[in-house]
Design a protein around this ligand. Structure first.
Ligand code: ATP
Ligand code: MG
Length: 385
């Protein structure tokens, strides 16, 4: 991430206005449109354009490059069901907004709870060793459920809970505000997943009737744009859950996600959850269907809701790892290698390895001053960084 103050021509009053409006980095500014920046009180159109273009040129975004340089660093979070992971191409993908919609009790909140935990698993074990931000508009977050899921995956529940940053939301305006606040947290806490459960509940309750539809869609559009920008700039996964409504089109009717085209086009991956119908109320079997995704076929799979989250069968094995009492979130970070550190070159990596430092944990435990002595030619500031 590049600091906003490094953008050419930016003054302290611009910095203040931009950060108050949730634009905290040069990347965020460069990805914004002229209208959204000049719409902020105190920034005119000409200034907005100049600042945005300067940010883009500082980040190399104003030139074309061959696609050999194109970066595809997307990662996946396990859903708790291998079947579901398979149809998603690996799991919930970073860099994208995934929308899961379906009727009530179809498992949306259960999925949200499950990935709150799996995101914290180490890389290579279904997770990303990262924290989670949970925007809860329906008051359905359950610590107890998270504890059971943590137990299932052999993680210490107190540690898991301490890495979920939760906000209960009461109005659509509050929701917009907390999406911007979430961006700050992503940077501070190494969050790798942002959840909104559910995206439309408050908007649906506040903006009633066809007359208020344009205003509702304008608010929604801003939210989706902010989420998309956050997903891309920080390479984190965004999960939004959504409700359905009966839609009538001509002679036909069926259930469809609410939010119209803004949600349909704004979310990168859309998944529908289905229950087995009211006749089998007691069944916990569910279906997931890929409705739209840039590079996934329209497949479907079966999964189950269990007391410990989403799974492939009704009976899941609860991990009885003897590590259960360890703080696995910390050990999740242990598995990071030097390659995961931003700004480290191949040469430096090889030099560190020759000194016996091969993991992030080892590097963190080394004194920067001592290390600088062993690495002639590298400044102590760089070593510290
Ligand atoms: N501990 C549990 N054990 C088994 N099944 C459970 C457990 N807790 C919840 N369920 C089942 O999960 C379903 C509710 O799922 P969930 O809350 O994920 O639905 P949802 O799609 O979020 O619904 P809504 O639209 O109402 O928010 C219910 O059918 C319930 O029976
Ligand atoms: Mg729910």
């Amino acid at each position: 991430m590049t600091e906003l103050k490094l953008v050419k021509g930016i003054q302290s009053r611009h910095l203040k206005i931009l950060t108050e409006n949730g634009i905290n980095t040069a990347e965020a500014l460069a990805m914004s449109g002229n209208k959204s920046i000049s719409g902020m009180e105190g920034i005119g159109e000409a200034t907005a354009k100049k600042l945005i273009w300067n940010a883009r040129s500082a980040l190399g975004m104003s030139e074309f490059r061959t696609v050999t340089e194109f970066q595809e660093n997307h990662e996946f979070i396990s859903t708790g069901s291998l079947n579901f992971n398979a149809i998603l191409g690996g799991g919930i993908e970073t860099g994208f907004i995934t929308e899961v919609y379906g009727p009530f009790k179809s498992g949306k909140t259960n999925l949200a709870h499950t990935i709150c935990v799996t995101t914290q698993l180490p890389k290579g074990k279904g997770g990303l060793g990262g924290a989670v931000i949970y925007i809860d508009t329906e008051n359905t977050f359950s610590k107890e459920k998270v504890r059971r899921i943590a137990k299932r995956f052999g993680l210490k529940s107190d540690s898991v809970l301490s890495h979920i940053f939760h906000a209960r939301i009461y109005s659509s305006d509050h929701q917009s505000q907390m999406i911007l606040e979430a961006e700050k947290l992503v940077k501070e806490k190494n969050a790798r997943l942002l959840i909104i459960d559910s995206l439309m509940a408050l908007l649906r309750a506040e903006y009633i009737g066809i007359g208020m539809l344009p205003q509702r869609q304008a608010v929604l559009n801003k939210m989706i744009h902010a989420l998309s920008r956050i997903a891309e700039s920080y390479n984190i996964a965004v999960l939004v859950t959504n409700q359905v409504a009966q839609q009538i089109r001509g002679m036909f009717s069926g259930i469809d996600a609410i939010g119209g085209n803004i949600v349909a086009h704004g979310c990168h991956i859309r998944v529908m959850f289905k229950t087995k119908g009211f006749a089998s109320n007691s069944s916990l079997e569910r279906k997931a269907i890929i409705v739209d995704a840039p590079d996934l076929p329209p497949e479907e799979c079966q999964f189950f809701i269990t007391p410990a989250g989403i799974a492939d069968s009704e009976k899941i094995e609860v991990s009885v790892s003897k590590n259960q009492d360890e703080d696995l979130f910390v050990s999740a970070n242990n598995v990071y290698t030097l390659e995961d550190i931003k700004g480290i070159g191949k040469n430096t990596m090889e030099r560190l390895e020759r000194l016996g430092i091969t993991t992030v944990e080892q590097l963190r435990e080394t004194s920067p001053d001592d290390l600088a002595k062993d690495l002639p030619g590298i400044s102590s500031n760089k070593v510290q960084e």
